[in-house]
Design a protein around this ligand. Structure first.
Ligand SMILES: O=P(O)(O)OC[C@H]1O[C@@H](O)[C@H](O)[C@@H](O)[C@@H]1O
Length: 246
């Protein structure tokens, strides 16, 4: 292992955004909860079963592209909606409408609360780059660029594969490995020469099925066992634990 806690042959690092680089996983989870609870209340009345911002979020929404999150969670409640179209209003009972409602709430929260970076992650990225490793941000979020820009972190990544790029290239999102594979390819490395850094169970699945050289699970919410069960090679609470901070 290197002094950065990685196998010797790793040449590139692929970082998820929400929950790994920025403290925005909880912001997404809160926006999803408001969205789904309003939707379920309208549909089922006050006796509805609320969205669990930890358990339901981890299992059905975290790490997946926006529309996939809508479909996957609602399917867990036996609900299937028409797709609608991307410009559906936020109150439309369609996959796109529900996703748009969530995005309005997310952007409002980001605007009022701001975006906070994990300092341990920023220092670690600087350390791996100083060692000559290449870096990519790989996120399902279509808001990746704005979030990175808000903390001035765009220059830390050689490649960006986000929700916008994935849609342009027709790449299926996490838990499929395609976005991580595209990042490795854009960086000119084989998957086994790349390390994946993820906090979401869907991201772990992508790391495992893509046969990447090393998969680092980042546990921000006490789900270490689940991260291992989904394919992590190691689980840390903060990337500073891997080294590179001195
Ligand atoms: O709605 P956005 O910003 O395109 O993000 C899509 C998904 O991006 C992931 O990074 C988050 O873990 C999910 O919660 C989110 O739903």
């Amino acid at each position: 292992m290197t002094q950065l806690g990685l196998p010797e042959d790793i040449q590139a690092c692929l970082f998820d955004l929400d929950g790994v680089v920025t403290r925005t996983a909880v912001v997404h989870a809160a926006a999803w909860k408001e969205t789904f609870d309003a939707f379920l209340r309208e549909r089922e009345g006050d006796g509805f079963r609320p969205f669990d911002a930890v358990a339901d979020y981890d299992e059905y929404v975290d790490g997946r592209p926006r529309a996939d999150g809508v479909r996957t969670f609602l399917a867990s409640r036996g609900i299937e909606l028409p797709e609608g179209s991307p410009d559906d209003p936020p109150d439309a009972p369609t996959v796109n409408g529900v996703g748009n409602r969530k995005n309005v709430l997310l952007l409002e929260k980001i605007r009022t609360q701001g975006v906070e970076a994990y300092e341990g992650t920023l220092r670690y990225i600087e350390a791996v780059r100083a060692q000559g490793l290449r870096t990519a941000i790989v996120s399902s979020s279509a808001n990746t660029r704005d979030v990175l820009h808000s903390i001035g972190a765009e220059p830390l990544f050689d490649v960006r594969i986000d929700g916008v790029v994935a849609a342009e290239r027709g790449l299926p999102g996490k838990p499929h490995p395609d976005t991580f594979l595209a990042a490795a390819q854009d960086l000119g490395v084989e998957p086994k020469q790349a390390a994946v850094f993820e906090d979401a169970l869907a991201g772990m699945d992508a790391g495992r099925s893509g046969h990447f050289g090393y998969v680092v699970g980042v546990d921000r919410v006490g789900q270490t066992e689940a991260l291992y069960a989904h394919g992590a090679d190691v689980v840390v609470r903060d990337l500073a634990e891997l080294g590179g901070g001195k």
